[in-house]
Design a protein around this ligand. Sequence first.
Ligand SMILES: Cc1cc2nc3c(=O)[nH]c(=O)nc-3n(C[C@H](O)[C@H](O)[C@H](O)COP(=O)(O)OP(=O)(O)OC[C@H]3O[C@@H](n4cnc5c(N)ncnc54)[C@H](O)[C@@H]3O)c2cc1C
Length: 309
Amino acid sequence: MTVFRAVTDDAKAFTTSRIRKHANGSGMDPFQGTAPVGWVRAVPVGNNGNPMNVIVCVKQIPDPATPGALDPGTNTLKRDGKLILDESDSYGVEMALQLVDAAGGGEVSLVSMAPNGEVSGMRTALAMGASKGMLVSDPALQGSDALTTAKVLAAAINKLGGADLIIAATESSDGYTGTVPEQLAEVLGLPSVTFAKKVVITGGTLNVNRQTEAGYDEVTCPLPAVISVTAGVVEPRYPSFKGIMAAKSKPLETVTASDLGVTPVGWAGAGQSIVSVTQAEARAAGEIIEDDGEGYAKIVAFLENLKVI
Ligand SMILES: Cc1cc2nc3c(=O)[nH]c(=O)nc-3n(C[C@H](O)[C@H](O)[C@H](O)COP(=O)(O)OP(=O)(O)OC[C@H]3O[C@@H](n4cnc5c(N)ncnc54)[C@H](O)[C@@H]3O)c2cc1C
């Protein structure tokens, strides 16, 4: 049975799907190993030469290579340093670039909400090939939860004039709520397809292979729509030197929440609060079993004791 994950009440009216499982029942992608996964390489795209505009939601996050810290006053992640493009969103940027390329025209735009006017991550996406971006940055946004973030991003998307397709990642690398794309679709009143692992546009229709535990669903949906993509859907390109130089002069507009008319925001608009944060339990040291010839028996006894075998 196909389970629809879209949050819009009328999503079922918008979408049709059927399930395909791997022959061995493993749920693995049947294309894997024979052809690279990703719409552009697996299936030729028929787009009638119609230009296509895509907006990608790109989150700018603290560099995961440096340890994160929580603000003890608000229990939220400190984001006062340089922010980088969330790797999860580099897949969406790449997919957008490939879709526009296949359509034979159009452009990729970016929206992001981040503190301190931070655009470093957006510049990376511009260097990959996106044309322009809109950053929403405003001290009033501090304390905004996922739903407010979705409302802000939706307003920015509307200010950019909308798009044929809006792409987000399935979940961000620092927040992990995995809810913003579906909330965004609901706020914009658009159909939403989640966990896209392959995307093809044919004759104005979106065709998505949607990852499931058992394999994937084939979902079709009219445009405009919001999709969330999984990591590995395409191979993100590295920005070239030329792209990095060109990105410096690409248009990046910064607006505030009040410019967009979104209110209330920040703590005032948050339907959630972080009441406490507890230190994760330190990992206990593992038990080392010396193999004196009977090591296997000790391991079996150890696992039996844990009731895992
Ligand atoms: C009570 C509360 C207070 C908070 N206060 C703050 C705060 O003061 N400052 C702060 O920075 N965060 C704050 N947060 C966290 C912030 O709300 C989340 O980072 C944000 O809601 C997005 O959640 P997520 O990253 O888990 O989204 P997910 O749903 O995991 O993100 C999925 C995808 O949606 C898109 N997306 C998500 N967020 C953005 C974004 N900001 N810009 C562009 N695209 C995006 C990206 O494509 C992303 O990969 C707070 C959260 C709560 C619950």
